[in-house]
Design a protein around this ligand. Structure first.
Ligand code: MN
Length: 381
């Protein structure tokens, strides 16, 4: 029996991952979560894990007395601890949000555990190091991101030499048809109202700004080891095609399904078998009737363009991009800045970053990440 570990178990992806584990009757041995202790208590009662890590320090005593047989860890250190408990005999599902996901991924790989990665920031800021580390340790990293899962599925049975390019689809988010001026006044509630996908608040804002699509370009670049000129994006408002691969004979393969993350999670857990999973919503194509495509304009969507730029510049540039985005999204969600300020803050930070001669390591990435976040929080809060 495989031992499953979920980092970020009470969030949107974590909850759906638990649904897949429950459906398959799989074994959850450990999980971490943030502050939702009520939900965590239900998870412990149902799955009976051996280890739990919490950020809810106020309720840690209560948790320990409720479950004396469960080892309870605390805080971000707890995430690292949870990721290091098993050596090669666990599968770690990383559903954390933001740069907090990087270190636990590194630890899981060093302990030779397979990683199912929903935390795309891991690859955005540390892709080069993480992919090399995975290779050295002979560890697989399987994406839990609908686009990358699609490409992963489409590439089974094919080799890299056959690929002409991959085409990442983008819904365009809730503001696809809005003019630049109209975006100045959109509210948090408008931005959280994604037309196709129900997700956590951070990624929903990233989808509205299209930063998410930029991140996904970087994620694909590392995950599939493809140069940027083989990675294209296309607007596809229906989100039915989750992404495509064009081969050298110009045959284009698309993976379709309902907008349901259970599909990508189930494939990450059970793939390459397309195993039965009744909780995934079936897709009725007769109800869809038409699929639309349009070019994603990189002059209009500056954050997607910036994602390509930071990869070309390399080293710490993606870290600057990600850290400034994380803070800008947080400020917007707390109603401290306007929607359009998110793009402004990120562009300003990335364009003013001076590349110093610092060794590109995970610890230095996290140091810079922390410095930028502290600086920006001070300026804008
Ligand atoms: Mn995605």
């Amino acid at each position: 029996m495989v031992n499953y570990i979920i980092l970020g178990a009470t969030g949107s992806i974590g909850t759906q991952a638990l649904n897949i584990l429950r459906f398959n009757n799989y074994n959850l041995v450990a999980f971490s979560y943030g502050k939702n202790t009520d939900k965590a208590i239900d998870i412990i009662k149902e799955f009976k894990p051996k280890y739990v890590s919490t950020n809810d320090t106020l309720r840690i005593k209560e948790l320990r007395s409720l479950f004396p047989d469960v080892v309870i860890y605390e805080g971000n250190v707890g995430n690292n601890k949870i990721a290091s408990l098993y050596k090669g005999d666990a599968v770690v599902i990383n559903a954390l949000v933001g740069s907090a996901g990087l270190k636990p991924t590194e630890i899981a790989i060093k302990n030779k555990n397979k990683v199912l990665l929903a935390n795309k920031e891991t690859l955005v800021i540390g892709g080069e190091i993480i992919m090399n580390l995975a290779k050295e340790n002979n560890v697989e990293i399987i994406p839990i991101d609908s686009e990358h899962s699609a490409i992963y599925q489409l590439l089974v049975g094919h080799n890299r030499e056959e690929i002409k390019r991959i085409i990442i689809t983008a819904s365009g988010g809730p503001f696809r048809n809005k003019e630049k001026e109209e975006l100045e006044s959109v509210s948090v509630e408008d931005a959280l109202n994604h037309p196709n996908w129900k997700m956590g608040s951070k990624i929903t804002i990233d989808s509205a700004t299209l930063m998410n699509k930029g991140f996904e370009v970087i994620e694909a670049h590392h995950l599939f080891n493809l140069p940027l000129d083989m990675i294209d994006t296309i607007i596809h408002p229906e989100s039915i095609i989750h992404s495509m691969v064009e081969f050298k004979d110009y045959s284009i393969f698309a993976q379709m399904g309902s907008s349901d993350m259970h599909l990508a999670i189930n494939y990450a857990i059970n793939g390459p078998t397309h195993s039965k999973c009744d909780i995934i919503k079936p897709l009725d194509l007769t109800k869809v009737s038409a699929l639309h495509f349009e070019a994603l304009d990189l002059t209009k969507h500056k954050l997607v363009n910036l994602a390509y730029e930071v990869v070309k510049k390399g080293s710490f540039y993606p870290t600057v991009l990600n850290a400034s985005n994380e803070v800008a999204v947080e400020l917007f969600l707390n109603k401290k800045i306007k929607f359009t300020d998110i793009e402004r803050i990120i562009l300003k930070e990335v364009n003013s970053y001076d590349h110093f001669n610092i060794k590109f390591t995970i610890d230095n990435i996290l140091k810079l990440d922390k410095n930028i976040k502290e600086k920006l929080r001070k300026i804008y809060s």
